[in-house]
Write a protein that binds this ligand. Structure first.
Ligand code: NZQ
Ligand code: ZN
Length: 388
């Protein structure tokens, strides 16, 4: 196991009917800005519930944060916060709203052009405003981590940043908030959480027994609950498990002391930025091909994953690896997520898209990805061709 420091200060308030607890979580004299996405926060009633819980506090609203939040939109929120002397931010939504809020929290007091936060991946963030979240979509883990992803629309650049200053102070996780999600977003959440675990687990053996067993448990939980979650029954326990698994998948716990990959995410972000394909769907396109192309390097962990997560024990080692990559692809397909680039509406041919994605990877310095940093542009090209 590698040396590590583990720090996670986010308070989690979990369960049905917990939005009212905002009254105890937000400072009584705070000037609050509630940030939310498109229509869902209003139509589901969550925004109203949040405002009721905040009582007589001074509250303003900033809506219209897009899925894949844009720098352009979030800078409008930064100006509003500065102008109105807001001192507490409250995100009400999924990963996009929480990520956007993290960016605002860091950008308001930032010395210089806030895009630099993204260019330096957050290393230059020295402080941030306090904020909390009410999670409405289990997927990203943003509610309990210190990372965010922001897209600059004008240049199709989607960059992530992280900083110890942008952990939410608290996050309210009410599983009943997921009842209004369309099936496609439930599928996205399962796939995104699944790939978060894989990025931190499926590398090479690091003699980190609890991290491996935790990771395998999270993957098995997702596989177990997926059919019921997708059935759209309002089954509380299924949604509670989905919500907590998605949080645990990316709150730092399973990634402590182990090598991490993240190449699937880096390639996926370029696909979203160019072709507006949902984040989770880009991962389902890239991951099976990445595992195939990295099979030599990931050999030992692929066999462990095959045996412990999918109970694949028959056949030669190469056959077991073939089988488990296929099972992974079938898992995404079973969620209703297409795993081939050519199955999506790209507006260009898949071959042209591959060329454009690789060009963007090069422009963004993504030339040595993956835990062994062996995913050069040539390897990314091979992965993407395999994914067509
Ligand atoms: O915009 P509205 O109308 O609110 O609708 C949203 C949105 O269209 C809808 N939605 C959310 N909660 C709902 C609901 N609809 C009905 N009922 C509810 N309760 O869902 C749509 C998608 O929301 P979004 O927040 O975009 O989804 P998600 O949580 O998957 O977040 C994706 C973003 O997170 C980033 C991704 O890159 C992407 O930008 N990620 C953030 C990470 C992090 N901070 O750690 C890690 C991830 O790997 C990921 O990169
Ligand atoms: Zn993700």
């Amino acid at each position: 196991m590698r040396n590590f420091e583990f720090y996670n200060p986010t308070k989690i308030v979990f369960g049905a009917e917990t939005v009212a607890k905002l009254d105890n979580l937000v400072p009584a004299n705070a000037r609050v800005l509630i940030l939310f996405g498109g229509a869902s926060a209003k139509t589901t009633g969550t925004l109203g519930e949040v405002k009721a819980a905040l009582g007589t506090r001074e509250v303003q609203e900033f809506g219209g944060i897009e899925p894949n939040p844009s720098y352009e939109t979030m800078m409008q929120a930064v100006e509003l916060v500065r102008r109105e002397k807001i001192d507490f931010l409250l995100a009400v939504g999924g990963g996009s709203v929480i990520d956007g809020t993290k960016f605002v929290a860091a950008a308001v007091g930032f010395d210089g052009e806030p895009w630099d936060i993204l260019l330096k991946r957050g290393r230059n963030v020295k402080s941030a405003m306090p904020f909390g979240s009410v999670l409405t979509l289990p997927a990203t883990g943003s509610e309990m981590n210190n990372g965010g992803v922001i897209m600059r629309k004008s240049t199709h650049a989607k960059f992530s940043f992280s900083s110890a200053h942008v952990f939410p102070q608290f996050s309210i996780l009410d599983p009943t908030k997921t009842y209004t999600l369309p099936q496609g977003q439930i599928a996205n959440g399962i796939a995104d959480a699944f790939v978060h675990v894989v990025e931190q687990y499926l590398t090479y053996p690091a003699q980190a027994l609890p991290q491996d067993r935790f990771a395998e448990g999270l993957l098995q939980s997702l596989i177990e609950i997926a059919p019921k979650a997708l059935s759209m029954e309002h089954d509380y326990d299924t949604r509670a498990n989905l919500m907590w698994v998605a949080t645990l998948a990316l709150n730092g716990l399973i990634g402590a002391g182990v090598p991490q990959d993240w190449a699937t995410h880096m390639i996926g972000h370029e696909i979203t930025a160019l072709y507006s394909i949902d984040h989770a769907r880009t991962l389902a396109i890239v991951l099976p091909s990445l595992l195939n192309l990295q099979r030599e390097h990931k050999h030992a962990k692929l066999l462990q994953y095959a045996e412990r997560v999918w109970q694949i024990t028959e056949g030669s080692e190469e056959q077991r690896i073939d089988q488990v990559i296929l099972r992974t692809r079938q898992f995404f397909e079973g969620l209703g997520i297409k795993t081939r680039l050519s199955e999506y509406d790209l507006g260009v041919t898949a071959a042209e898209a591959v060329e454009a994605i690789v060009t963007q990877l090069g422009a963004h310095g993504m030339t040595a990805l993956g835990e062994p940093q062996n995913i050069t542009l040539e390897v990314s090209l091979a992965i993407l061709i395999d994914a067509i």
